[in-house]
Write a protein that binds this ligand. Structure first.
Ligand code: SAH
Length: 246
């Protein structure tokens, strides 16, 4: 059980208060989730982080600090973004229990990340574009926002409960085929999206001056599809021929 939890990563994006990083580390350690990645934190390392970690200093010492979210996720096979309010409806919004079950199932295929946003503004739409699914803790509608470390506690608790219950392996087509065809990593997905953008620009489907929402909608479509590595290669092969015009 502990090995499954060890494959889960908590990613905190743009945290303002170092105390919240410490509290999040403490919340994680108690639930057996230990991989912490910080994307451009405002202040870290910091005495407030160490103080509030109260004994979870090892998680802080091992925390990886990266410049942007894509770096935190490049090796991940599944990513779930957390939000108090969800603005998009094109990717599934899950409750914590369902999200935790799916996360553990995917963790059998490779690293899985749960992404948390900034204290004041949460995750941007661009951050959410990296996610395969979204999770919302079902708070009351007129006071929906939890403290950052509080939401890390809720999610890591849900992950531990799912691990204790022996979360099943996922039933998606990609997962069923994974022995022969592993799931695409986020780095492969980013390569696909960059290729789409280039090919669609070449064939004048995408106007860089007026991109509308095309790339965002394509990202959501393909993130939801949980592509395998070979499916990404197939799509890129088609894009290469599309660019050449034959
Ligand atoms: N005003 C911000 C709130 C950010 S709270 C907003 O509306 O998005 C900081 C972070 O805690 C969020 O980015 C999210 O990761 C997490 N969080 C807070 N409340 C949550 C909830 N009800 N469900 C899931 N995550 C939540």
């Amino acid at each position: 059980m502990e090995e499954r939890l060890a494959r889960l990563r908590v990613v905190l994006v743009g945290t303002t208060h170092p105390g919240n990083i410490g509290s999040a580390a403490r919340a994680m350690k108690a639930m057996g989730v230990t991989d912490l990645v910080l994307v451009a934190p405002e202040k870290f390392p910091h005495a407030d982080a160490t103080a509030l970690a109260s004994g979870a200093d090892d998680l802080l010492a091992n925390a990886r600090v990266v410049a942007d979210l894509a770096d935190a996720l490049s090796d991940c096979v599944w990513v779930v973004g957390t939000s108090a309010r969800l603005r998009t409806h094109s990717v599934p919004v899950l409750g914590p229990d369902v999200a935790a079950n799916q996360a553990l199932g995917h963790a059998d295929e490779g690293p899985v990340a749960v992404v948390f946003g900034r204290e004041h503004s949460g995750l941007t739409n661009t951050d959410l574009d990296h996610c395969n699914a979204f999770v919302q803790v079902p708070t009351v509608p007129d006071f929906s926002s939890l403290n950052l470390a509080g939401s890390v506690q809720v999610m890591t608790y849900a992950l531990r409960m799912a691990a204790l219950a022996g979360a099943p392996v996922p039933t998606t087509v990609a997962a069923a085929a994974q022995e022969r065809d592993p799931p695409a990593t986020q780095a492969e997905m980013e390569g696909l999206f960059a290729h789409f953008e280039q090919a669609l620009t070449t064939i004048d489907v995408l106007d860089p001056e007026n991109p509308r929402n095309l790339m965002r909608r394509l990202r959501h479509l393909y993130q939801r599809a949980e592509l395998s590595s070979s499916e990404v290669r197939m799509l890129r092969g088609i894009l290469t021929h599309t660019e050449r015009g034959r």
